[in-house]
Design a protein around this ligand. Structure first.
Ligand code: PA5
Length: 478
């Protein structure tokens, strides 16, 4: 943040949801909603809200406890970061899905965009790498450049057995052991996992690694505000208490049972009604580089939570809006044509930053050239928001459903609000779809086939299935 920015109150930093452009008054009768439609469905949303609060009272909504119940964990995270940040040059997260995406979203939202590249961008904190794939070239390229003696790994896996994460751990462990000796391996690893299940906790105890825990009632994609996302944040100088303050502030808003005073409830319902109206794709388009990876985090949250085969009664329903991430203004030159003129199957959520930390003036020049001279004297902050308003207007003209989440500025407090807002909204839409938004049987099935094909004990049947299905028709391989 620029030093001259005045300190703002929490209320000044509140996110706002603008849903004007989902209504038929703006985008026409055929594709818009009516207020009556929302009013009619309001009771259903309030019922969903009540169920969420009841489930929370039964301890089933762990993500709602995170803003409040972590004093001890926060102390430990901060002490760990303080102790280790000077000992290591590199902090590497090994994780995937919900165990990785929040780390990147926090890092790119809060820290300098060139954090890893320049020492002065890091203020003495270690570089951060989030290694969330098993592409051999990517892993090798990273390890080849790291000094194992100066590298700390955080292995994040709630189940403690995900093949992608654990195979990376095995490699990283050897990389470190070869350099510092078997007896010192534990000092280079932190395990973030379930307290009492899975192999990672067993290994951490065996090798005397530092441990952080993921609460049982918090699923991977809802875990960014647990040590999963908070340790890398603390290790890179992010104010993790402010992140949680932002989440707590939004939690109070999300608890309101006055429908029109609860934007997460309204948005959960709007998304549901949009889906029912055939807007089966949900685009998130931040006009901010800092929020680009938040859209990536959201894409997983939305897809894994809402893409479900069966409803709560076990009836086959195969539901789920497909989340798409886009970046403004960049993707105006890539995706916007489709959004404006392709099928009427999308609702677009813009994230608009009201105050950028830098305005950055566009210098005036070539005033004699009409098509260029007008740019000078404006700022890039004005330009990026003008681009957003222009895209919004063009979408309205083409009868395309869209809405905006306004972010007063991007900082820890507003980021904490954003995480919580979208998590709560996801829970609401899940209730409305009558599905379990907190399981992921499809992901588990894929994991189990990997275990089977790779020869893990207990998964032989999966290997057999693979072998049988692998009988391919060569004529169809062209
Ligand atoms: O959100 C989820 O539950 C998943 O995306 C998991 O985070 C992902 O599959 C990784 O699982 P684990 O943390 O058990 O290694």
């Amino acid at each position: 943040m620029s030093a001259d920015k005045k300190v703002q109150s929490e209320d000044d930093l509140r996110l706002k949801l603008d849903i004007n452009n989902v209504f038929e008054g703006v985008i026409g009768k055929e594709h818009g909603m009516t207020l009556d439609e929302i009013e009619e469905a309001k009771d259903k949303a309030l019922k969903a809200h009540k169920s969420i609060l009841e489930a929370e009272a039964e301890g089933k909504m762990g993500f709602m406890e995170l803003p409040y119940k972590q004093e001890e964990v926060i102390k430990e995270l901060k002490a760990t970061a303080e102790e280790l940040k000077d000992k290591f040059d590199n902090f590497v997260v090994l994780g995937i899905g919900g165990s990785a995406l929040g780390n990147t979203a926090v890092q790119t939202a809060i820290n300098d965009p060139h954090y890893n590249l320049f020492e002065e961008a890091r203020n003495g904190y270690p570089r951060l790498f989030v290694s969330d794939n098993v592409d051999p070239e990517g892993i090798k390229a990273l390890l080849d450049k790291l000094d194992p003696k100066k590298t700390l790994f955080n292995v994040i896996s709630k189940s403690g057995s995900t093949a992608e994460t654990m195979s990376q751990f095995l490699l990283a462990r050897k990389f470190v052991a070869d350099a510092v000796g078997e007896e010192n391996v534990g000092e280079h690893f932190i395990a973030t996992t379930s307290k009492d299940s899975g192999y990672l906790i067993e290994i951490a105890e065996r090798e005397d690694m530092k441990k952080f825990f993921i609460p049982d009632n918090v699923g991977g994609r809802f875990s960014v505000l647990t040590p999963v996302g908070l340790l890398s944040a603390a290790m890179t100088g992010v104010d993790i208490e402010k992140l949680l303050d932002g989440a707590a502030y939004m939690d109070k808003i999300c608890r309101r049972d006055d429908f029109w005073k609860n934007p997460a409830l309204v948005n959960g319902l709007v998304q549901y009604l949009a889906y029912k109206k055939g807007k089966v794709m949900s685009v998130m388009m931040p006009y901010s580089d800092r929020l680009r990876d938040l859209a990536d985090w959201y894409r997983q949250l939305w897809a894994e939570s809402l893409g479900k085969e069966v409803d709560r009664q076990g009836n086959r329903i195969n539901v789920g809006p497909t989340p798409i991430k886009a970046l403004g203004a960049t993707d105006q030159h890539s995706q916007a044509q489709l959004y404006m003129e392709g099928p009427f199957d999308k609702i677009i959520t813009f994230l608009e930053v009201e105050n950028f930390a830098e305005e950055l003036e566009i210098p005036g020049a070539y005033e004699d050239l009409d098509g260029l001279g007008y740019l000078g004297g404006h700022s890039f902050a004005e330009l990026i928001n003008t681009e957003k308003w222009a895209t919004e207007l063009a979408l309205n003209k083409r009868n395309r459903m869209n809405q905006t989440v306004k972010v007063p500025e991007v900082n820890e407090f507003t980021l904490g609000q954003l995480f919580y807002f979208f998590e709560f909204q996801t829970a609401v839409t899940g209730e409305l779809l009558d599905i379990n938004a907190f399981n992921q049987p499809g992901v588990e099935l894929g994991k189990n086939y990997t275990y089977g094909i790779f020869g893990r004990d207990g998964y032989q049947d999966k290997k057999e299935e693979f072998k049988n299905s692998a009988a391919k028709n060569d004529d169809l391989i062209l």
